[in-house]
Design a protein around this ligand. Structure first.
Ligand SMILES: Cc1cc2nc3c(=O)[nH]c(=O)nc-3n(C[C@H](O)[C@H](O)[C@H](O)COP(=O)(O)O)c2cc1C
Length: 188
């Protein structure tokens, strides 16, 4: 009887750690297949907060899509047809300059791109970012914050603007819970 107990004990001490160890390695391997980065433009901080949450929950790196010249509150006055944002958004070929004209995205297969809703679409600086960087072969996942408008029109326009790029399902971040973000990011 004592011999049988000793054999069982020996099995538990030697074999079980091997089983749990192989599981850990496998999940680490799966995660390393997909490397994500969360790139965002934020004029007043809301999208920056959303980007930080996504990076934390999805386990990705983070990069600010910073304009060469920051937007002031006067620039952001959407009621003024002479404001910078109004002018940049009412000529969709406008490409505001970036602080870092190119970003090294070579190691990432998933690129989240976040922005505020401006006139029911993405700010033209998002087009500058997409056109300045090589995003071919990557999954681009848009996300947005807004005063209430949804992301549908922006997603449609991005797909029309860049038919050669591959887009994942976007997300309007307003009021989203950690669970909702987790479920969404787990798709990519
Ligand atoms: C120039 C401008 C235009 C905007 N247009 C819209 C709009 O069409 N629909 C909407 O819901 N919110 C609109 N907003 C509100 C922003 O989308 C919202 O406040 C966003 O969360 C700001 O993000 P940020 O702090 O990252 O810049 C606009 C804001 C600005 C400054």
């Amino acid at each position: 009887m004592k011999k049988i107990i000793n054999i069982i004990m020996l099995f538990l001490v030697t074999a079980l750690p091997l089983v749990s160890c192989s599981k850990t390695n496998k999940s680490t391997e799966m995660k390393s297949d997909v490397k994500a980065i969360v790139c965002y433009f934020s004029a007043t901080g809301t999208t920056a907060d959303a980007a930080r949450r996504i990076a934390e929950i999805a386990g990705g790196d983070i990069h600010e899509i910073a304009p060469a010249e920051k937007y002031t509150s006067t620039d952001l006055d959407w009621t003024d047809s002479l404001s910078r944002s109004y002018i940049e958004m009412h000529n969709r070929t406008f490409r505001p300059a970036l602080k870092d004209s190119v970003t090294d995205l070579s190691e990432y297969s998933v690129v989240y791109i976040g922005y505020p809703n401006w006139w029911n679409t993405h700010p033209t600086i998002i087009s500058t970012f997409i056109e300045n960087n090589n995003l071919h072969g990557k999954t681009i996942v848009p996300f947005m914050t807004s005063g209430g408008s949804n992301i549908i029109n922006s997603e449609k326009e991005l797909k029309e603007q860049y038919p050669d790029l591959s887009f994942g399902e976007g997300m309007l971040m307003n009021g989203k819970s950690d669970e909702e973000i987790k479920e969404w990011t787990s798709k990519f």
